[in-house]
Write a protein that binds this ligand. Structure first.
Ligand code: KG4
Ligand code: ZN
Length: 336
């Protein structure tokens, strides 16, 4: 018997069907992701019913591929981890029921995982954690600052009061008639634009680490409408650069303030928007002037995958946390 902990992770909260096998919460053995983006593109966003149907179609293939790539057998697997929420309920249910069926059939412990805990633990696949740790999570559904004082402990110190950062990117991208998901397109345009439009920065009241992006989104929409009515032409690149500058200012500003207040030993970034080139550069520049180490994960670990769920699930498993056969999908699961 080896002392290694091998966890199989399953993720189906949105539009990626993913299965991965991870050793000791740190080492990826296999990591298979089937993306549905092409199917949702023509609708300009994720269609929940289509997402669920694709998960059902893809799950067995992805699971078999992850097992085959790992060259392991079921005997080697210590536990099965699955995203139980938050996310689209029909999509989550496919993963949860697959995990429950496998746990029952193979007689393995079952561990439910919070999707955001997964995004945070994606970083540990590359870099060991130092506590207290501050995580900035920026994805299509979430914008949160999470303080961790030890493994498996999460204190949400700031969150969005309306749109998530990725949602704002996707909505502005839609205004500019860019394909879904719009974040990477805005990012690309922003590299060639001037920050010539002064969009608002939602700092909110003093000392709050909460975020708000709906005012910024409306400001961008108004600017485009007004320009059109006056017959003025705005360059898409400049809109993108100015919008992105506002998002980045607030995200990096609040992250730095929180990191200093809580005297953290490490700052990590997670979620799809962490792939943003402008955000990555701004964070690196800002933290280079401090003595707080910042870790920015590689792009493949920023977006949804199951290795991150297996990594977070390993901690739950090692801490004795187990889910029963009554585990259910919880679209509004709270991180705690
Ligand atoms: O974490 P993720 O894959 O899924 C969720 O859990 O939401 O994040 C997807 C989000 C989308 O809104 C997408 O537009 C955004 O991440 N995104 C980006 C970039 N790449 C992906 N946003 C800005 N810049 C990028 N380079
Ligand atoms: Zn995600």
């Amino acid at each position: 018997m080896s002392n290694d902990t091998i966890v199989l992770g399953i993720e189906t909260s949105c539009d990626e069907t993913a299965v991965a096998i991870v050793k000791n919460g740190k080492e990826i053995i296999s990591n298979v992701v089937a993306s549905q983006i092409e199917s949702h593109k023509r609708f300009g966003g994720v269609v929940p019913e289509i997402a669920s149907r694709h998960h059902v179609e893809q799950m067995t293939v992805v699971l078999e591929e992850a097992l085959e790539q790992s060259r392991l057998s079921w005997d080697d697997i210590d536990a099965i981890a699955v995203t139980e929420g938050p996310g689209l309920v029909g999509a989550l249910l496919v993963g949860v029921n697959t995990a429950k069926a496998l746990a029952f059939a193979k007689q393995k412990p079952l561990v439910g995982v919070h999707h955001i805990a997964g995004h945070i633990y994606a970083n540990r696949l590359e870099q060991e954690f130092k506590f207290p740790l501050l995580a900035l999570i920026v994805s299509g559904g979430h914008t949160e600052l999470v303080l961790m004082r030890e493994h498996g402990s999460y204190e949400v110190i700031g969150e969005t009061r309306d749109d998530a950062a990725g949602e704002a990117y996707d909505k502005v991208a839609r205004m500019l008639k860019l394909p879904y998901p719009g974040g990477p397109h805005i990012d690309r345009l922003a590299q060639n634009g001037e920050e010539s439009i002064d969009f608002p920065r939602a700092w909110l009241e003093d000392g709050s680490y909460d975020f708000s992006f709906s005012g910024l989104k409306s400001a961008v929409i108004n600017k485009i409408h007004n320009a059109k009515q006056r017959g003025e032409t705005l360059k898409d690149e400049d809109i993108a650069a100015s919008f992105q500058a506002s998002v980045i200012d607030v995200l990096t500003g609040k992250t730095l303030l929180a990191a200093e207040e809580y005297q953290v030993k490490q700052v990590i970034v997670a979620g799809g928007v962490a792939a943003n080139k402008g955000l990555r550069k701004a964070l690196v520049d800002k933290f280079a002037k401090t003595n707080i180490p910042l870790y920015v994960p590689p792009l493949k670990l920023c977006t949804d995958n199951a290795a991150m769920i297996a990594a977070a699930g390993t901690i739950n498993y090692q801490q004795g946390k187990r889910s029963g056969s009554d585990l259910n999908a919880n679209p509004s699961l709270v991180l705690q």
